[in-house]
Design a protein around this ligand. Sequence first.
Ligand code: UDP
Ligand code: MG
Length: 323
Amino acid sequence: MLPQVPPSSILSTPQLTIVVPCYNEEEVLPETTRRLLALLDKLVSAQKVAAESHVLYVDDGSKDRTWELIRELHAQHPAIKGLKLSANRGHQIALISGLFSAQGDVVVSIDADLQDDVSAIESMIDAYAQGHEVVYGVRKLRNVDTFFKRFSAEGYYRLLNTLGVKVVFNHADYRLMSRRAVEAIKEYGEVNLFLRGIVPLIGFRSTSVYYDRSERFAGESKYPLRKMLRLALDGITSFTAFPLRMISVIGLLVSFTSLAMILWVLWVKFFSDNALPGWASSVIPIYFLGGLQLLSIGVLGEYVAKIYFETKRRPRYFIEEML
Ligand code: UDP
Ligand code: MG
């Protein structure tokens, strides 16, 4: 019998780095480590990834024992590596620092809280072996999230797509990227990187794998409403000038309407007897236009603030320690 020809992926088994941003995650880290190591073991013995594959924990300036834990885990398992940022910089930046420091041929990013099913990583690796350079993890159902979170998140994805920002529906930051894809991301110099919007922009062959999302294994959400809104706004203002354009359109419409109003007022004044000095018709436009102007200035302000931060070219993060 002829020897079986192994698929090309096995000929050059890729080294995998799993990047995990952590902010005050001492409660979940031991369990996360257990599951990720078990998964790595499985993938290594199936010869799907190289033996040097590892987990890279990024400590995003945690205030609890997260970094000490990462140190201990690193001492126990060679496959656990760590990176400590000098301060809390937020989930996106922590993720980026991990991606850019990762050494693997393939990088998978996943949250520390085990909400995303780690076994989907195997399907991601399979998709990579078939030539996909970006593999999006897409959650099947949002039934474990609160109604508010589900409603707001799905509405937001729809809004982004309507505004012309291409994002993958129900995909957060659980994804696989090839070395080439990561290098492409590095070319984007913006300080406010919204990965969910950038990754689809780089192109390359991509696909999605589906998984069930569960509840946080332990601890509390590190994404309070305030941070969520910030990220949502960044996602819009970093990718589209649509709101700015809308201001002009609304301004134009309002101008035309007031023109009609003026004609109507003149007509009432000169051609009818009931020319009561209208309180309503003068006060309503004042409120209406006042509100509209404030809103428009607010939208302008958002974009000006973006320019302000981008022109500063401030460094995104500093690495304090690496294991
Ligand atoms: N996270 C981070 N820095 C922060 C906030 C969160 O690195 O400032 C990490 C956190 O440890 C977790 C991931 O980002 O691994 C997602 O956070 P979380 O699960 O709290 O968000 P949610 O799932 O509730 O949206
Ligand atoms: Mg979570």
